[in-house]
Ligand binder design. Structure first.
Ligand code: DMJ
Length: 628
């Protein structure tokens, strides 16, 4: 891979095929287009955009009412007709940095009855029937795991068996990942059996390579959450379990420190839990994923806070410092970073796999320490500005707001390095809608009140709400479940763009990826955050709709739930796997969506990227970096 040190995002340029918008990598003279080229291209874009404007207006007349709700926002967000990419010229997208007025223009995109009013402090009552239905689904899943795979890392519900991540033995992947959910669902006998397993069987002295990120978010996060929730539990016998989890967390945390032994301090993607050696990723020439390196911070910092040993904190913070110091484009960064030198590697910029939780953890680090580390809010705001400016697209047919990816490419004319815009959205990106809303409420501390929101927050609300809506639209399939990957239709695809917003890419060479649904949580996570922040009942309705689709197609008669191979086929073929995040995240978010808002109040908690519940705390240590 080519190493790059990128300083800015795509700033210019569009070829006649807008699906292939190429943007030079700044910072290198040989990559720059000369001014004449740029002027010519801008002229071409203007002509094309004018043509599109005329066509759009003609279409608009025929669908006036529908257009008011959909195309209307597009026309008012910018004086230009929307392009395929929304990113081609600085400030031509949704973005921050393009001057004032955006907030008020965005404001017009909401109908008066859609504009949020304050719910801060207003209690949202439980929908007990629906909440209990979700709990039943959890019990159905947990009981099957207990019956057929107890102690195993993973559960295969169709073959009714369990398996471990490595041949060195299980590390409590399912059990530890489920501890806090068992407490949230108030399943105490089940919780006690899980606790006994942790007490008697859990042992991290395993001579094998484990994924640093997954081990941290699922196991360390699970232990820390269990420690916290038991410590505040009303029952004194449950409270008595609290030290056990901290002890286990410290043991694991010490082992994980080996992952940070790289020359730069960027963690290796693997860790041998017995030898404590960090292991480079064999599949990707040793480089680390952005999301994996930069989503360990909530767990390690909380561990330091609990123990008073700030070694974890400093290792975690170093990663953020490196990323901040490396050139990133308006806060958005490529998905690979090299642990050898701490530099980004030429790779896609995206908000889905390998990128997602980097952005999530910027905000949550700021919230975790009760907003006393402003560097993370700055990094988060810059990143959200970059996302709005460069990665947000909007469909022609219904005006759906979606996110797209930037892929490094070669310019067809002179082979210089550029960016190709790909309107592909992983289901993983669906966390972002709720995250935008969480950001503008400062984690449930500020109401979503249209009268007091500033322009940036209004913009964040519109985009966040838009992403939640388009994620829900990707559930318009035969099964009512969303695919793993959705492709959105670009404006340049003239015919298709009139009639379709998105589609699922056909399978290639028999490999089924895009159409799968593996019980992921991101859409319901966003529905939960949006509901808690606005009180808008539609988010509960949508959550119920998604839950019913899981019930219909993923429930396994003999116990457990399974992912499905293709969301477009009815009945779908079930996959022999119940992911641990089904228990840890999907069902927990659904349960909390229907529960009383006093249960795990948003302003006092953060959810790690595996939905493990951690408290907001007053930091005992703040580094100069954190306030820089
Ligand atoms: C989970 O393990 C975490 O949410 C992670 O950040 C992303 N992928 C899965 C759920 O989809």
């Amino acid at each position: 891979m080519v190493e790059i040190r990128q300083r800015a995002v795509p700033t210019t340029g569009s070829e006649k095929d807008h699906d292939q918008v190429k943007v030079p990598l700044p910072g290198s003279a040989s990559n720059r287009l000369d001014k004449k080229d740029i002027d010519k291209k801008v002229e071409q874009i203007r002509t094309l955009n004018l043509l599109r404007l005329v066509l759009s207006l003609a279409g608009l007349g025929a669908v006036l009412w529908f257009g008011y709700k959909t195309v209307y926002p597009i026309l008012f967000q910018s004086s230009k007709t929307p392009s395929d990419t929304q990113t081609q010229l600085p400030g031509s997208g949704f973005g921050s940095g393009s001057g004032s007025g955006y907030g008020s223009k965005f404001g017009k995109t909401l109908l008066p009855n859609e504009q949020p009013s304050p719910v801060g402090g207003i209690k949202l009552d439980a929908d007990i029937e629906k909440r209990e239905a979700v709990k039943d689904a959890f019990v159905w899943s947990w009981n099957a795991y207990e019956k057929y795979a107890w102690g195993a890392d993973e559960f295969s519900p169709l073959s009714k068996s369990g398996s471990n991540l490595t041949s060195a033995g299980g590390v409590g992947y399912t059990i530890v990942d489920s501890l806090d959910a068992l407490l949230v669902f108030d399943l105490i006998p089940e919780y006690e059996r899980a606790r006994d397993w942790c007490k008697n069987e859990l042992n991290f002295d395993k001579d094998a390579t484990f994924n640093t990120f997954e081990t941290t978010i699922r196991i360390l996060g699970g232990l820390l959450s269990a420690h916290y929730l038991t410590s505040v539990h009303p029952s004194s016998s449950v409270q008595a379990d609290s030290p056990l989890y901290l002890e286990l967390a410290v043991d694991l945390g010490e082992r994980l420190l080996g992952a940070f032994s790289s020359p730069s301090g960027i963690p290796w993607s693997g860790i041998n839990l017995a030898t404590r050696n960090g292991i480079p990723d064999k599949d990707n020439q040793g480089v680390a994923s952005l999301a994996e390196a930069a989503s360990l911070q909530l767990e390690l910092k909380y561990l330091s806070h609990l123990t008073g040993d700030y070694v974890y904190w400093r290792k975690a913070e170093k990663v953020s410092e490196i990323i901040r110091g490396e050139a990133v484009h308006d806060g958005i960064a490529p998905i690979f970073i090299n642990p050898m030198n701490g530099q980004f590697v030429a790779s896609e910029i995206r908000l889905g796999s390998r990128g997602d939780s980097y952005y999530e953890y910027l905000l949550k680090q700021y919230l975790q320490t009760d907003r006393q580390e402003p560097v993370y809010r700055d990094m988060y705001d810059e990143a959200m500005g970059g996302i709005k400016k460069h990665l947000i697209g909007q469909t022609k047919k219904s005006g759906l707001i979606f996110t797209q990816e930037l892929h490094p490419a070669r310019h067809p004319r002179d082979q210089t390095q550029t960016w190709q815009i790909v309107p592909k959205q992983d289901h993983l990106v669906c966390f972002l809608g709720g995250s935008f809303i969480l950001g503008l409420t400062e984690g449930g501390k500020k109401p979503v009140d249209w009268k007091v929101l500033d322009e940036r927050d209004m913009e964040d609300f519109i985009v966040g709400k838009g992403i939640v809506e388009s994620c829900m639209k990707t559930h318009d399939t035969a099964t009512g479940l969303a695919p793993e990957i959705a492709m959105f239709v670009q404006w340049s695809d003239e015919q298709r763009a009139q009639t379709e917003d998105w589609y699922i890419k056909p399978n290639q060479n028999g490999v089924l990826i895009d159409g799968r649904n593996i019980l992921r949580p991101e859409t319901v996570e966003s529905l939960f955050l949006a509901y808690r922040s606005t009180g808008d009942e539609k988010y509960r309705e949508w959550g119920w709709q998604v839950f019913q689709a899981f019930q219909k197609w993923c429930k396994v008669p003999s116990g457990g739930y399974a992912g499905i191979e293709d969301v477009q086929t009815v009945p779908p073929k079930q996959l022999d796997r119940m992911e641990t995040f089904w228990l840890a995240e999907t069902l927990k978010y659904l349960y909390l969506l229907f529960d009383d808002s006093d249960h795990i109040p948003l302003d006092k908690h953060i959810f790690n990227t595996e939905a493990h519940i951690l408290p907001v705390f007053q930091p005992g240590y703040i580094s100069p970096f954190a306030t820089s």
